[in-house]
Design a protein around this ligand. Structure first.
Ligand SMILES: Nc1ncnc2c1ncn2[C@@H]1O[C@H](COP(=O)(O)OP(=O)(O)O)[C@@H](O)[C@H]1O
Ligand SMILES: [Mg+2]
Length: 410
């Protein structure tokens, strides 16, 4: 640190890296994160745009090393299908992680927007992800949070690459046989061994890949469970993935067999990412391009999109509010994007729903390692609120004649 920087730091009370903030002009919010928001930013004096994940230190409740881990990990990863790290800096109250901007949207939103989606297209997107996973596993990194929201298209072009983002709970396993025991991952995508606490490692990413593949090909989740207990009951030692004929009759046996192999309850039996890269369905040889799966995927997807959007809206509202509250130091310029309107509405609804107990209080259990119980409690509270609001929206949606209850077919 130069003496000028250190002098300025003493005067302003800001860490020395804070001066980097002036290199960026912040724009709209791209997405809601667990501890803050992600915004687009332009590099001053150029047309180049980047994504900046802004993390509230207060929200981390003393677990700041978690963010430093994420930065350290991202910094050493260079791969066509992994979001490229660019820079980082901090203020008194926030961490800023600057990465390559992915403008093509999240995986599912894009699939739904397409005119046609075949097994070959599905195979290409799964291949991109498997490629990234094989790369990180080769460096003994387990991602632990593979899910569609963390898979982004780089551009809006039809043949755009997918990139894996969010190394927030990724972990380095120091020896090949080391097992991690902290809870991690998101309900719906996390492997059973994570909830069982019996130790998890690279195979937990393969399970999530299986769930993603299932969902990409059908539009709906392979599980009926809505809580962890239900999930562990559903996924017992005799568990077999169910492919409902109505939704799967046009999907090849190769795809179904592959998903079943990835989603084996015994982690040791799942194929490795390297093995997957040689699988004929993943390479595209066994993936046909004759049948358009999109109409069926849309049916399975409709209800769940609304559900997810509602959750996102609540998360976003809460995070923005948190960010505003964290702005005591006036370090951030007035934010240009409007935050009134619908977000207020969502926030209000979420607040009014806070007193009712909800059976869906365990619908999401993404917990960062080292997270204090207090923090987990706050997060759970937020999730309960989000789930509550999402439920209300779903109920509202189901009232009109058009039925959207296709999320969990039997
Ligand atoms: N590089 C990026 N380009 C565009 N959008 C992004 C980028 N990184 C994240 N986002 C958006 O922000 C959301 C939250 O970011 P993420 O890194 O997943 O945070 P968290 O660890 O809190 O989940 C993502 O789901 C995505 O919609
Ligand atoms: Mg994420």
């Amino acid at each position: 640190m130069s003496s000028i920087q250190s002098f300025l730091g003493k005067v302003t009370g800001q860490p020395s890296s804070y001066s980097k903030k002036h290199n960026y002009t912040f724009g709209k919010v791209l997405g809601a994160g667990t501890f803050g928001v992600v915004r687009v930013a332009r590099i001053s004096g150029s047309k180049d745009e980047v994504a900046v994940k802004i993390i509230l230190k207060k929200a981390l409740k003393g677990n700041e090393e978690m963010v430093l881990e994420e930065i350290k990990m991202l910094q050493k990863l260079h791969h066509a299908h992994i979001v490229e790290f660019k820079d980082w800096f901090e203020s008194r109250d926030k961490f800023y992680i600057v990465t390559q901007l992915a403008t093509g949207g999240e995986l599912f939103d894009r699939i739904i927007d397409r005119g046609r989606f075949t097994e070959e297209d599905a195979s290409k997107c799964i291949r991109d992800i498997v490629d990234a996973v094989a790369y990180i596993h080769g460096q003994d990194i387990v991602h632990r949070d593979l899910k569609p929201e963390n898979l982004l298209y780089v551009t809006k072009e039809k043949d755009s690459d997918l990139v894996l983002a969010d190394f927030g709970i990724a972990k380095l396993v120091t020896s090949p046989d080391e097992k991690l025991t902290t809870m991690a991952g998101s309900f719906g995508y996390a492997a059973p061994e994570i909830f069982l606490g019996t130790g998890h490692g690279k195979p937990c990413d393969i399970w999530s890949l299986g769930v993603i593949s299932y969902t990409v090909l059908s539009g709906y989740s392979p599980f009926r469970a809505e809580t962890v207990d239900e999930f562990l009951e559903e996924v017992d030692e005799n568990y077999q993935v169910v492919f409902h004929t109505r939704y799967w009759k046009h999907v090849s046996t190769a795809a179904k067999e592959l998903i079943s192999r990835m989603m084996q309850v015994n982690p040791d039996k799942r194929p490795t990412a390297d093995e997957l890269l040689r699988d004929p369905w993943i390479t595209g040889e066994a993936a046909e391009d004759t049948h358009d799966l999109l109409p069926t995927i849309r049916t399975g997807f409709n209800a769940r999109t609304k559900f997810r959007l509602a959750i996102e809206a609540v998360k976003l509202a809460n995070r923005i509010k948190a960010l505003e509250m964290g702005d005591e130091g006036k370090e951030e310029e007035a934010d240009p994007d409007s935050r009134e309107g619908p977000l207020q509405y969502f926030h209000h609804s979420a607040t009014t729903g806070s007193t009712s107990s909800s059976s869906s209080s365990t619908t999401q259990t993404s917990t960062h390692p080292g997270t204090s119980t207090k923090n987990a409690g706050a997060k759970l509270h937020e999730i309960v609120l989000a789930a509550q609001r999402a439920k209300e929206i779903q109920q509202q949606d189901q009232q009109p004649a058009s039925s959207t209850g296709e999320n969990k077919p039997v």
